[in-house]
Design a protein. Structure first.
Length: 557
């Protein structure tokens, strides 16, 4: 008889996610369900409002991905209004988004995902000199690397342990056999964990330079941006570049080497494809390189069934959501333009478990041509790699050569984590060039940042973009100059998807099948794989009951 494991909540920051698994007598996961256990309200309250207000409102989907929803909403309006933005506006939007990539990915690896790979307690027994030697074997000039510094980190963590107040290091599975880093490698990454607390905020400051503030920037408008004075101010551009330099140094001398260390110690997991999940990958196209949106830094496309010989086009007409196993009425697949969201909560069984194959999540099931797709850094990197983007090919091939791993190792939890680090380096290297383009335009007398526009009486549009977590789409329908319908399909909706009508699991669920747990009462392997997607449940659920002042109450077992 299979054992049932429930990890609830599994997310560290954004929203509530429950993972329920069946495990056989050998501790191998044979089935899995991902369930978003809380809901919130945004989309429904947009009906009847001026479309130009939507961007500022939908930022509140999330406290991390605020700019991404802001931009997607503005892009949806621009599509519906049939307007193109000035080149300077597109550059500034990319500069804001690029800064978010840098700090979001650093924060994810160290503060949301790192403790799934790193045994903090093991670091206390490390030899600081050996840690220095290991760091220098991975990087010529490693970040904050010295015997004195590593000894200070050990002393700092020791005080935490002795005090009994472990803070962010509490309730972890220290000593679990699935931790594979050496004590010295654990010490190095622990050191960078602490460094990243200060470093990651530089990216947020970069966003605020052009966004007005962070989180919830305020400088995007339908037709362009309003941060004209910042773009024309040399000192503001200098502040942005100064912070970029600091972030790039950390990425190149800490983040990338730490991921290489993980790849060395967890090499077998990459080869075995642990955590691989569904075999389809989707990218909407990230960082438009022209106002028309015809060229992207991350190419648009899909890869089906792990066929890395070709990239196929995205047929937007075949994007749907359904609610067969979601706590909403109806089970028909709907395109987002026609999407409906009517709650139908059925809860859990009397034992507090999911009711077999019934409804079990507030997350809908997005599909492209009736198939589930993984979105995010791995999808972007794979599609760019197969599309022949030179810098991505060099980064991926160089990493595979350095680690001795085959390209198929990318289809794993390790590969997903490595892809995020590689694209961080890729984006960081591109940002300075965008600042140069902006300066060149201004010097040539082109200071335009906004295109005048009016709200159409009727229309529909979509904004497709690539925030750090993956493919994000906002769809808007306008009637009588106000919003008639609004739907967002976010990265975590794609990845956290429950089963569909055909019984096909979503990416989180599929990624766990076949995973063997070292200890059934310490499901570290489940955390490691799910966290590699960087879940954001708050983004994935956005509805409210508009008939009452009180959001309905639920008791979650």
């Amino acid at each position: 008889m299979a054992n049932r494991i429930i990890v609830d909540p599994i997310t560290r920051i954004e929203g509530h996610l429950r993972i329920e698994c069946e495990v056989d007598s050998s501790n191998v996961i044979t089935d899995a369900w991902s369930s978003i256990t809380m809901w919130r309200g945004i989309e429904t309250i947009l009906k009847g409002r001026d479309p130009r207000d939507a961007g500022l409102i939908v930022q509140r989907f999330c406290g991390v991905c605020t700019f991404a929803h802001y931009e997607a909403s503005i892009m949806a309006c621009e599509d519906a209004f049939k307007i193109k933005i000035p080149a300077n506006a597109q550059i500034i939007r990319n500069l804001i988004q690029g800064a978010q990539y840098l700090y979001d990915h650093i924060m994810h690896f160290y503060h949301l995902h790192g403790l799934d790979w790193v045994d903090i307690v093991s670091a206390l027994s490390a030899n600081p000199q050996k840690a220095v030697d290991l760091a220098k074997s991975l990087c010529a000039n490693p970040y904050n690397c010295s015997v004195t510094h590593y000894k200070a980190v050990q002393d700092r963590i020791t005080k935490f342990v002795k005090s009994g107040r472990l803070g962010p290091f509490a309730n972890a599975y220290w000593g679990n056999p699935s931790f594979k880093l050496s004590p010295e490698a654990n010490l190095i990454v622990t050191s960078h964990y602490l460094d990243a607390l200060q470093i990651s905020k530089l990216g947020a400051q970069m966003m605020a330079i052009f966004g007005g503030k962070n989180p919830h920037p305020q400088t995007l408008v339908v037709g362009g941006v309003t941060s004209v004075m910042d773009a024309l101010d040399a000192s503001r551009l200098g502040q942005y570049l100064f912070r970029l330099k600091e972030l790039k140094n950390f990425i190149e001398t800490a983040y990338i080497p730490d991921v290489l260390a993980a790849a060395a110690f967890y090499k077998d997991e990459g080869i075995k494809g642990i955590g691989g999940g569904v075999k389809n990958y989707l990218c909407y196209g990230g960082f438009p390189l022209d106002p028309a949106g015809s060229k992207f830094l991350f190419p648009r496309g899909i890869i089906k069934n792990r066929d890395i010989t070709k990239v196929l086009p995205v047929d937007e007409a075949k994007i749907t959501e359904e609610a067969t196993h979601s706590w909403y009425k109806g089970s028909d697949a709907q395109h987002p333009y026609k999407g409906t969201t009517e709650p139908e909560y059925t809860g859990y069984n009397k034992e507090g478990n999911l009711k077999g194959q019934d409804k079990y999540s507030w997350c809908k099931a997005p599909r492209l041509d009736a198939e589930p797709y993984e979105v995010g850094p791995l999808a972007r990197v794979l599609i760019a790699y197969v599309s022949g983007v030179p810098e991505i090919k060099a980064l991926v091939d160089g990493t595979l050569k350095a680690t001795g791993l085959p390209v198929t190792a990318l289809f794993s939890t390790l590969g997903r984590t490595a892809a995020r680090a590689l694209e961080t380096k890729f984006v960081a290297d591109k940002i300075e060039g965008w600042v140069g383009e902006l300066i060149a335009n201004i010097k040539a007398g082109n200071t335009e940042t906004w295109t005048r526009c009016d709200v159409p009486r009727k229309g529909e549009g979509r904004g497709l973009t690539e925030p750090p977590r993956g493919a994000l789409g906002h769809w808007i329908r306008i009637d009588k100059k106000v919003i008639a319908n609004y739907q967002a399909v976010v990265p975590s909706t794609w990845n956290c998807s429950p089963r569909d009508k055909a019984g096909k699991r979503g990416p989180y669920e599929e990624s766990l099948i076949g995973t063997k747990l070292a200890k059934i009462d310490q499901p570290l392997e489940i955390l490691r794989t799910i966290h590699s997607f960087d879940p954001c449940m708050a983004c994935a659920v956005h509805i409210i009951n508009p008939e009452t002042k009180e959001i309905r109450k639920f008791k979650i077992a």
